[in-house]
Design a protein around this ligand. Structure first.
Ligand code: ADP
Length: 294
């Protein structure tokens, strides 16, 4: 069992944006979801943990590795699937993984060949191993991304916004693969898509404006809102009025009409019906978007 400890990380970019504001998180093996709206600071946090950028203050340790003073130790046990995995070359999946394994220090040709075969198998691309990665679908490219992140048996895998651009079936496949991988190592999944976290993660944190605004199990967060979420179908014209009088946490169009969810400790009456909270309610109730919903 590995343990990743993130302590009081802060980072202000030269342009004055405070992307990380005293972030602390404790993680163990399993899938951890980092949820937050665009601009929340997720990528900044992921890049910091991946030793691709530094922080102004704070520390990160993975078991006995201090990642800021021993970045090369961390890189040996890190698998990273960045938001943009870069340009895919016109070489086969097998050649690409072989090449990346060499870069990661696998000098023994026989061992490397076996590992690449194992990885291609694991991500279900063995049959396509001789095809050019450039011609792969989005989902297949993401699976190559996971395969490269798995080179060398990492203890920590960081996946940044992995399902953007995948169609539903590709996404399911990718989820299954990640869930499988997540049993044995620490996987941090950074995303703004609530479904990604709901379906995959046992623990999560919600980040907003550089801060961790919630940390715990998805189910616990749902229990916290139990009995407090009410819904109503309203007309578009009256949205603004509702925004003044109620604490709206989400506003969705269903069949062309706005359906609002509000947070209320007592029955608001006025045609609202109580609904079972979902993870989206949790997300919107924790982040600071109330003003932008209408
Ligand atoms: P997320 O991944 O949650 O979308 P980011 O970490 O990419 O968030 O960005 C957090 C904030 O920091 C945003 O306001 C973004 O514009 C800003 N930011 C990110 N990278 C840089 C950078 N290299 N220089 C300056 N500002 C940055």
């Amino acid at each position: 069992m590995s343990h990743l400890s993130i302590n009081n990380l802060s980072k202000t970019y030269p342009n004055g944006v405070k992307a990380l504001d005293n972030v602390s998180i404790e993680l163990e093996n399993g899938m951890f979801g980092l949820l937050g709206p665009n601009g929340a600071g997720k990528s900044s946090l992921m890049r910091t943990i991946a030793t691709l950028q530094d922080a102004d203050t704070g520390s990160v340790t993975l078991d006995d590795i201090n990642i800021f003073t021993q970045p090369e130790e961390l890189r040996k046990v890190l698998g990273y699937l960045p938001q943009e995995f870069g340009v895919y070359p016109r070489i086969s999946a097998e050649q690409l993984l072989n090449h990346l394994a060499i870069l990661k220090g696998f000098t023994n040709g026989k061992e490397r060949k076996e590992m690449v075969k194992y990885l291609l198998d694991k991500v279900n691309l063995y049959d396509k191993r001789n095809k050019s990665v450039k011609g792969f679908s989005g989902g297949m490219k993401q699976r190559v991304g996971i395969a490269q992140a798995l080179i060398g048996n990492p203890k920590l895998i960081i996946v940044d916004e992995p399902t953007a651009g995948l169609d539903p079936s590709e996404r399911n496949r990718f989820y299954n693969l990640l869930a499988d991988v997540g049993k044995e190592v620490i996987v941090i999944l950074s995303t703004h898509i609530v479904d990604d976290v709901r379906e995959l993660c046992t623990k999560m944190a919600i980040m907003d404006q550089g801060q961790i605004v919630y940390q715990g199990a998805p189910q616990e967060s749902l229990d916290e809102l139990k009995g407090m979420v009410y819904q109503k179908i309203v007309s578009r014209d009256s949205l603004e009025e509702y925004a003044v009088n109620y604490s709206i946490i989400s506003n969705k169009m269903v069949g062309g009409q706005p359906v609002i969810h509000i947070l209320s400790e007592t029955d608001p009456g006025n045609g609202f019906e109580q609904v079972r909270p979902n993870l989206e309610d949790v997300f919107f109730s924790k982040i600071n978007t109330a003003n932008t919903l209408v």
